[in-house]
Write a protein that binds this ligand. Structure first.
Ligand SMILES: Cc1cc2nc3c(=O)[nH]c(=O)nc-3n(C[C@H](O)[C@H](O)[C@H](O)COP(=O)(O)OP(=O)(O)OC[C@H]3O[C@@H](n4cnc5c(N)ncnc54)[C@H](O)[C@@H]3O)c2cc1C
Length: 429
């Protein structure tokens, strides 16, 4: 059996690995000139190494950790400096939060736990709590917080996970993700990174594959008939028995399917939302934050939202991760890197003195992603979620948006594990 995998992000790479392990002849196609997709390690030379896309691994993301182990990569633990929290010019730390914010955080957590008790898996089975799917996360936070600072804190905390503002996130979708956090022990969030960056993992994955990989191949059309599937790329056509498409939803929307895919599938692809997430990364002469006894991790109520020490090489790099409306506005600025330095200088007046250069990574306007990662808007879970993953004849779907752990690298790998047996055994043709 000849199978094509289109899209060489981590979902496509893992799918190709698993199919080859099962003895399948695999060919691979990718629109960009590189592997990794939304995993993108930038090496600017002279020790400047950082992640422009996915970066952190939670301690219970066992699939990612197992994959690193398979390739002999030891995960890098997060530095244990306490993160700063800055609101209206006042400073606290994550470990020593203001009482009003902490109490609101605990109220939100307790209310979420209570709602999770009634949830079933998979998420779309929860027809009995339809009202939760119609509500937004913002409404839920408003209902369960009592102070303005507490509302800001829980919004900031969960915004980074969802990659967008809470008024865009459906409550049920968020809760079905939160459900996976209930068994967690201690601080599991963002525990590790990859030495040398995720680029080194993706390169190793590609190197281990036998099949041919083709770069600069933009898929435009998928034709299937009784005998197989024809894939039409800009500048060529390929014939295979089956195909696995790992493209993110906005890229899938642009593909012409012949015959047309089912209405439910089409609606699910269109309804799935991509988060508005960007990164700004600055190189500094000195790691001035370390000299101040601080690790660089901060959540603030200004536009920078969140920063951390992004250095994976010797050169000091501070990364800002911005989501939602702020991110969409920020990429419209003439010079987002300098504007970011200005914002930083308002909090840390010394910062500009050490500034060398910087980069903005605008995932919103990336032609092959059009956003950071998928999230579920109100109404999505019960109406659409179950239709996004199943195959359409010989055409299979993978990628983080088709997983139960949506949004994460872990989910992308989960989708590869789901789609492989589907291709091998279960798909009706
Ligand atoms: C700024 C940012 C921060 C993030 N932080 C984290 C984090 O800390 N932890 C975490 O777990 N996750 C994080 N993520 C999410 C994570 O990066 C993704 O969930 C994961 O990488 C998605 O993998 P994928 O293979 O499903 O999709 P992709 O990586 O998008 O792969 C799909 C591939 O398809 C290709 N493609 C698209 N259209 C076509 C076409 N027409 N023809 C051919 N090929 C095409 C794309 O170029 C791409 O290579 C972050 C993402 C971003 C952008």
């Amino acid at each position: 059996m000849k199978v094509a995998v289109v899209g060489l992000g981590v979902a496509g790479l893992r799918t190709a690995m698993l199919l080859e392990e099962a003895g399948v002849e695999v060919s691979m196609f990718e629109a960009r000139g590189r592997v990794g997709g939304r995993l993108y390690t930038i090496d600017e030379g002279r020790g400047v190494l950082y992640e422009a896309g996915g970066e952190w691994i939670d301690a219970d993301h066992h699939r990612v950790l197992a994959l690193l182990k398979h390739f002999g990569l030891e995960p890098l633990p997060r530095a244990s400096w306490p993160g700063k929290v800055i609101h209206k010019g006042k400073e606290a730390t994550e470990a020593l939060l203001w009482n009003d914010a902490l109490e609101d955080d605990l109220r939100v957590e307790a209310a979420a736990r209570e709602l999770c008790r009634n949830l079933e898996e998979p998420p779309w089975k929860n027809q009995h709590v339809r009202e939760l799917d119609e509500r937004t996360l913002e409404q839920f936070f408003r209902e369960h917080t009592q102070s303005e600072r507490g509302f800001w804190w829980v919004s900031a905390k969960y915004r980074s996970d969802e990659g967008d503002d809470p008024d865009r996130i459906g409550l049920l979708g968020w809760l079905t993700g939160y459900l996976h956090y209930l068994d967690r022990d201690g601080d599991v969030m963002s525990s590790y990174r990859v030495p040398g960056g995720f680029g080194s993992l993706c390169d190793r994955m590609l190197k281990g594959l036998k099949g041919e990989s083709h770069f600069g191949k933009v898929l435009t059309r998928v034709r299937q008939d009784e005998g197989g599937v024809s894939l039409v790329f800009e500048g060529g056509e390929v014939r295979v028995d089956r195909v696995v498409l790992t493209l993110p939803p906005p890229a899938l929307e642009r593909i012409v399917f012949e015959p047309a895919i089912g209405v439910r599938k089409r609606c699910a692809i269109e309804a799935c939302r991509m988060s508005r997430a960007i990164k700004i990364c600055w190189q500094f002469k000195e790691a001035w934050w370390r000299d101040q006894g601080w690790g660089g991790a901060m959540s603030c109520d200004g536009p920078l939202q969140q920063t951390w020490d992004g250095s994976l090489g010797e050169a000091p790099v501070l990364s800002a991760y911005m989501c939602g409306k702020v991110a969409a506005d920020w990429v419209q600025l003439g010079d987002p890197v300098r504007a970011g330095i200005y914002e930083l200088s308002r909090l840390f007046p010394d910062a500009p003195r050490h500034f060398v250069r910087g980069w903005v990574h605008d995932w919103l306007n990336d032609p092959y992603a059009q956003g950071g990662f998928s999230h579920q808007p109100p109404g999505y879970v019960l109406e659409h979620m179950e239709h996004i993953a199943p195959p359409e004849g010989r055409v299979h779907f993978a990628g983080e948006h088709t997983a139960l752990v949506t949004g994460f690298i872990e989910g992308a790998i989960e989708s590869a594990e789901r789609v492989t047996p589907e291709v091998l055994h279960e798909a009706p043709v």
